[in-house]
Ligand binder design. Structure first.
Ligand code: APR
Length: 279
């Protein structure tokens, strides 16, 4: 599972565990690859979302009814897996890093809300690309649940409009060409310059500006761990690369780190290989 210079199995996990165990300020940066084991397809793996749909830009969405219909068709197609998804062991491993008091911030490109569902604190989570569980009116700003929009689509509407003002409804996610959320970008930048360890989990690191944060962290003196099934354009700056599945690799790194994890208010000892029962 692990690939590293010497090619020795689990040597990379051991090195990553040592970095994590010695870190006081960890930032975890996640992409769609952390949620594939929760049943949500990623974007650029074979069979991923972009192999079945063309991305609809924000400009197309606001100017073309056909584009909006195509966009909502894509959203509807992925909704059942999305709604049925639950956090997997990789998400829970990041909760353990937080409970050990080491997590400075959790920057995610994901829109699935699984980090909050797993138990990470909302104030530590930065959703760079928004959240797909809510829908926002682009005119009056009214926010409603995605379930209602899905019900309206199943009732025959191609592109639901705001029931308050008739404006265009769009999931509360960031599309290509749409302005990035300023507050989230500022927090992500601050976390990236503050941390001493920046861990990327399940991202192809090809989309800007999100992919700039590992570089900012490196320039600020942080060590970089990459856990990803395939190579990324930034592999050359990583200190440790674990070529494996997030659901197996991240818990193994946390176990190897021997973090003291506060569980139900008591000090617990995370021994290698013994996963604490997550409440
Ligand atoms: N474990 C580890 N890595 C995985 C796993 C897994 N179980 N499953 C997939 N991967 C890896 C893939 O090899 C791929 O390199 O995760 C990466 C996912 O890459 P993308 O599909 O490009 O997803 P992401 O990096 O999050 O994309 C960034 O692009 O389209 C936009 O807004 C979208 O937020 C998204 C952004």
């Amino acid at each position: 599972m692990e690939m590293n210079a010497s090619g020795a199995p689990s040597e990379a996990v051991g090195r990553a565990g040592k970095l994590l165990g010695g870190s006081r300020s960890v930032v975890v940066f996640t992409g769609a690859g952390i949620s594939t084991e929760s049943g949500i397809p990623d974007f650029r793996s074979p069979g991923g979302v972009w192999s079945r749909h063309r991305p609809v830009t924000y400009q197309e969405f606001v100017s073309s009814r056909e584009a909006r219909a195509a966009y909502w068709k894509m959203k509807r197609e992925g909704w059942n897996e999305f709604a049925a998804s639950a956090p997997n062991p990789a998400h829970l491993a990041i909760v353990q890093i937080e409970r050990a008091g080491r997590l400075t911030g959790l920057i995610t490109q994901n829109i699935d809300g699984l980090h909050l569902a797993a138990g990470n604190s909302e104030e530590k989570i930065v959703e760079l690309h928004g959240n797909n569980r809510y829908v926002k009116c682009l005119t009056c700003g009214a926010v409603t649940g995605m379930e209602e929009a899905i019900r309206r689509i199943d009732g025959g509407e191609e592109a639901p409009e705001c029931l308050e003002c008739g404006g265009l409804l769009k999931p509360a996610t960031v599309s290509f060409g749409q302005e990035m959320p300023r507050g989230e970008m500022e927090r992500a930048h601050e976390y990236s310059t503050e941390c001493d360890l920046f861990t990327v989990v399940g991202s192809s690191l090809v989309v800007q500006p999100a992919a700039s944060f590992p570089v900012i962290a490196k320039r600020s003196g942080a060590k970089l761990i990459f856990i990803n099934m395939t190579p990324t354009p930034l592999d050359a700056i990583a200190d440790v690369i674990i070529r494996g599945t997030a659901g197996a690799a991240l818990p193994a790194v946390v176990a190897a780190a021997g973090l003291k994890t506060r569980v139900q208010g008591i000090e617990g000892e995370e021994r290698a290989g013994r996963q604490l029962k997550m409440e």
